[in-house]
Design a protein around this ligand. Structure first.
Ligand code: SAM
Ligand code: SF4
Ligand code: SF4
Length: 369
């Protein structure tokens, strides 16, 4: 174990300057930081954990992993850098003890991680957690039943258009819509509902797909969520004028199918909810650019290699893998996570402008969407 940094209390920990030293110092602070769930500097609880299980993907969505960057030679993480299922399950259990009640598996494309259902089973065993997964749907028809049997509660499937030319252009690997729809049907049949359908809307690419997506899923029981195109990472060439504001998305749908607003299910819910006036079914919009929701953000992200990020737009993470691979106890790792959360002040989307500089921003496929 690394040398012990003497501490009197966690305020002293906050003065340790590098993130690695901070994590180790906090872990070695033997007294639990607090009995109550940790709260960050802006009064936010730690409620949702997103776990990226792979940084690889079988799609090359233009807004996430553009082909010219993620080509044949792209240096994806080697297998040894990835957290093992045992490591993920252990750290997830610690998060649950600290108050996390929602875990989402993501990536990259999570269904590319071999035997993912084994991890699902290990996480489901923690109990008391809403366990979900976000996928592009390509392998879902094959995997839905095993995931459900292992204890997965629900899935979110990404689908940016219903017309083949647009969808194939957006995933950029010529993948057809029909196979994603098969995956959605298989998930429904396996009991992984209510299913959410995520559609990222990028100006000039798929705003014409908004109303057809709404129409197609209106009576299906699946909840479509339209997502504003975000400036995650620095490879996707994001520009503010590529963003289709949520208000414009809602207006386009409302024109054809009148909508009423719905109250959030819980504080911190990402999507604003709307209901069709005629059939009562729901849609959501995720206005992360035009109406930031940092104030209620209770999410933390565990990247593929075990780095912990307190914001999607963070420029650095905290290395939990180092603790997991050295003889630190669960209580010590809990202390480190608590201290990390207690110093969290992130509110990137609230202070973003079109010209916000991007120092060394982390890519979505690695940090986990
Ligand atoms: N591969 C899986 C998928 O596509 O569903 C899971 C990972 S993906 C990074 C998670 C979600 O992030 C997807 O719904 C995707 O559409 C969304 N996403 C990726 N890049 C985005 C961006 N620049 N802005 C908004 N959403 C984005
Ligand atoms: Fe892959 Fe999902 Fe990113 Fe598309 S959005 S490239 S499917 S990780
Ligand atoms: Fe949360 Fe960061 Fe997104 Fe704000 S910008 S909602 S703090 S992840």
């Amino acid at each position: 174990m690394a040398s012990v940094i003497p501490l009197t209390d966690l305020r002293t920990v906050s003065t340790v300057d590098t993130r690695e030293a901070f994590v180790r110092a906090a872990a070695q602070h033997t007294a639990p930081a607090a009995d109550a769930p940790p709260v960050d500097t802006r009064g936010r609880l730690l409620h949702d954990l997103r776990i990226s299980v792979t940084d690889r993907c079988n799609f090359r969505c233009v807004y996430c992993m553009p082909k010219d960057v993620y080509g044949r030679d792209f240096p994806f993480l080697p297998h040894t850098a990835l957290l093992t299922f045992e490591e993920i399950a252990r750290v997830a259990g610690i998060f649950v003890q600290l108050g996390v009640r929602k875990i989402r598996l993501t990536g990259g494309e999570p269904l590319l991680r071999r035997n993912l259902e084994r991890l699902v089973g290990m996480l489901a065993a923690h109990g008391g957690v809403d366990l979900t997964l976000t996928t592009n749907g390509a392998l879902l028809a094959k995997k839905a039943r095993a995931l459900r049997d292992a204890g997965l509660a629900r899935v979110t499937v990404s689908l940016d258009a219903l017309d083949d030319p647009t969808f194939r252009a957006m995933n950029d690997v010529d993948f057809p819509v029909a196979r994603v729809l098969e995956g959605i049907d298989a998930a429904q049949a396996a009991g992984l509902g209510p299913i959410k359908i995520n559609a990222v809307i990028k100006r000039g690419m798929n705003e014409h797909a908004i109303v057809p997506l709404a129409r197609h899923f209106r009576d299906s029981g699946h909840i479509v969520r339209f997502i504003e195109y975000m400036d995650v990472g620095h490879t996707n060439g994001w520009r503010m004028d590529h963003v289709v504001p949520a208000a414009e998305i809602v207006a386009a749908i409302d024109d054809e199918f009148p909508l009423d607003p719905v109250d959030p299910n819980y504080t911190g819910e990402v999507a604003q909810r709307w209901r069709y006036r005629d059939n009562g079914h729901e849609i959501g919009v995720i206005a992360s650019v035009t109406q930031a929701f940092c104030r209620d953000c209770t999410r933390v992200r565990l990247a593929t290699d075990g780095k912990l990020y307190t914001c999607l737009f963070a420029d650095a993470g905290y290395d939990l893998r180092a603790l997991l691979r050295e003889p630190y106890s669960d209580a010590q790792i809990a202390n480190a996570i608590t201290a990390i959360w207690q110093r969290r002040a992130d509110r990137y989307s609230e202070i973003r402008t079109a010209n916000t500089p991007k120092p060394s921003r982390i890519e979505m496929s690695y940090i986990g969407g």
